[in-house]
Design a protein around this ligand. Sequence first.
Ligand code: HAM
Length: 480
Amino acid sequence: MSEKRQFKAIKGTRDILPPDSAVWNWFEQTARQVFESYGFRDIRLPIFEETELFARAVGAETDIVGKEMFSFFSQFTSDERFEDLEQRLHEELARDPGEEKIRALVDSNDPQIPGTLSQAAAKVRRSGESLTLRPEATAGSVRAYIEHGMHTLPGNQKLYYIGPMFRRERPQKGRYRQFYQVGAEVLGPSDAPGIDAEILEMLLALFNRVGLANTKLYINSIGCKDCRPAYVELLREELRKVKDQLGADSQRRIETNTLRVLDSKLPEEQPIIEKLPRISEHLCAACRDHFEKLKIELALREIVYEENWRLVRGLDYYTRTTFEVTAAGLGSQNAVCGGGRYDGLVEMLGGPAGVKGIGFAIGTDRAILSIQEGGNLPRLAGLDVFIAWMGAQAYPAAVRIAQKIRARGFSAELPPEEMKFRKSLGLADKLGARFALILGEDEAATSTYTLKRLADAHQEKLGEAALLDTLEAERKGTRA
Ligand code: HAM
């Protein structure tokens, strides 16, 4: 048999345990409320998609597609021989994780199985399609929008999603390989700047509601397919002139992904970049007009922002408006949200022409980290009632009152075995219960309950109806 061993979460992934998980639920629940108040509705997308979807949407030359995707080959192949082989390999592996048996299986003279495992695997891979754990969800949202003909629905589609994303980045504070996003997308015929302004308003309304402090909104316009190519060409020419003074990454990007040079954080490149031509001076009339109107819309909503001409974002699908929000307490990974317009993406992914899009995604891990560091966490409701019962005769009454308390929407903890009184109250305290409900044989005999508020040890003897009323009044804060 295999040796005893313990398992650990994979590097860059982590468990979110109680009580932290309650903070996550609160954050996501608040996002749902805020987004739904703006008419957005939940879309639930697959965790993996065809690799090519991301390559096309996010861009083959981006860091995400070039080096950060978790890709794998589908087990399903068109060749049944290999399906059988795979099936047997999986079964053998499950039975015995050692390698010997598998090698024996592969080396056997079974005419169905080619010579070596690697040959077989290579063949399986070639015939299987390449899939990728989603590094982001805009591509999937657009794929779903097209696949389900959502352009035929009236007006703009306003969608939001909540869930894990996967990027093979170097893990550090605020950067994980499995991380979580809360995102929103607006897809439809209109690209009115009011849409851009409204999703920014919604985003900031959420940040305000959850107490995210010291946020800063940066905006930019990176032009469209009409004006950007000429600007990129100009930028490339200027960059070639100073190529020798740039680091290796930027040198490479001059040719592969020119705009991304503007994103460089290298201190020695900063004075060079500051002198480069700026996109705002090269926008076409339509893009300039869109950006000006966006700023008017933001002013109307009293949204404070800073323009940052270097905000180009790390994904290729953006056009016109781009934005990012930073927050305090995060060190170098201080972007809690990024987004922008992607007007050509639907058509590029095989959908109808003329559909516009804009959206953002919040990094939940970072947002929560920042709220925690700022000490702004809300007091989340914990356990309401701990039922301290004693004596076999009290037990049936304890079970029944627990059911009634829970049915009213309060949480109740009922020890499954009898406990000594002091131990019981000690546990109630440790669990952070607001009340202990004391139920001994005397109480059971007279159908009364002693309700003890643990914060100040105030206690009173109550009948069932009065007990439930008291809990209700405490919840509403209408009782002293
Ligand atoms: P993004 O800027 O790549 O944009 O990611 C959005 C946010 O996700 C970042 O600002 C950050 O807070 C968080 N994030 C990204 N990578 C990690 C990581 N490795 N660990 C922790 N947090 C991370 C997008 O994903 C676009 N799809 C946003 C969008 C939607 N644009 C239009 N619609």
